[in-house]
Ligand binder design. Structure first.
Ligand SMILES: C[S@@+](CC[C@H](N)C(=O)[O-])C[C@H]1O[C@@H](n2cnc3c(N)ncnc32)[C@H](O)[C@@H]1O
Length: 292
């Protein structure tokens, strides 16, 4: 065989990778193979399209092969590459944090909606994980300051690293805590949270990428999935300033159960926002403003 025949090009590597992942039953083989090829061959998406016959080195081919083998075993791409894009930021991701989901961007979009760019506001993110929600918000609002709380010290280490990489560490504090324990009342203009909300018995039925690779602490919402909302609703209303806003992610079928928890806790204008797939995703509302 000649050298020319043996040379592995970007397009050949992508095609072969895609076929391998498809055969392994991976959901989006073309996207996953491209993301791993980009990382292994130090190529951009544009390179793959505009320079498809660029030859990759044997070392790059070996790296790609190891990535594909891990993906065949259903390891998430975010764990293989150690990063994941969310909103407009790139985050480091490890098995200690939930991989940020596009659905969660619904919270960011709504949080920014009625917030003038240079207005200072204080933000609390409960269950901060990688820092996805609060860091995306702080990156968009230069006068904002925030506090991220998580019960997992390992998750907080990832959030700290992400805050530093994004040069946002001067505007965020990251603390270990059990939800709002120890936080003073009426302290924040905005409270966001994506708590664990999967019913315990459903976890075993999830895709292996989630079931075997995401932290249980980030998934398990108790018998009916609502345990954490029962604690969070009154606590979020307690720590919000009068007139402050809350945004809480929910499972797509939990709106009718979660909205009343926030109304009963004193929330006003409580309603549910849909995500890009048109599914119920975020319960939001306000704490009643002071009478004038
Ligand atoms: C679904 S993940 C959300 C992570 C991140 N905010 C996101 O949206 O990608 C839930 C997070 O809540 C944290 N958590 C679970 N129980 C907690 C508790 N009692 N107090 C504080 N954080 C908790 C988990 O460690 C996990 O990081």
């Amino acid at each position: 065989m000649s050298d020319e025949q043996e040379a592995l090009t970007l397009v050949k590597a992508w095609t072969a990778g895609r076929a391998r992942l498809k055969a392994a039953g991976i959901d989006q083989p073309a996207i996953d193979a491209r993301l791993m090829l980009e990382a292994a061959a130090d190529a951009t998406r544009t390179d793959i399209v505009t320079d498809p016959y660029r030859v990759i080195t044997p070392e790059q081919a070996a790296t790609l092969d190891s990535y594909l083998a891990r993906r065949e075993r259903r390891e998430p791409v975010s764990h293989i590459l150690g990063r994941k894009g969310f909103w407009k930021i790139m985050l480091n991701v490890t098995p200690d944090v939930l991989t940020p989901r596009p659905d969660t961007e619904t919270i960011v979009e709504a949080a920014l909606r009625d917030w003038p760019e240079h207005e200072p506001r204080t933000v609390l993110d409960l269950g901060v994980g990688s820092g996805a929600i609060i860091l995306a918000i702080l990156a968009e609002r230069p006068a904002a300051k925030g506090l991220g709380v998580d019960i997992s010290e390992e998750a907080l280490a990832v959030a700290r690293e992400n805050a530093a990489n994004l040069d946002l560490d001067g505007r965020i504090a990251l603390l270990r805590g059990d939800w709002t324990g120890g936080l003073a009342e009426e302290s924040f203009d905005l409270v966001v949270s994506n708590p664990p909300y999967i019913p315990s018995q459903d976890i075993e039925t999830l895709e292996p990428e989630v079931r075997d690779h995401e932290p249980r602490l980030a998934l398990d919402g108790g018998a009916d999935g609502l345990d954490h909302y029962r604690v969070l609703a009154p606590e979020i209303l307690r720590v919000l300033k009068p007139g402050g806003r809350f945004l809480v992610e929910i499972g797509h079928d939990q709106s009718l159960q979660v909205e009343p928890l926030f109304r009963d806790a004193g929330g006003v204008e409580v309603s549910t926002l849909k995500d890009l797939s048109d599914r119920h995703r975020v319960v939001w509302g306000r704490k009643k403003p002071l009478e004038t």
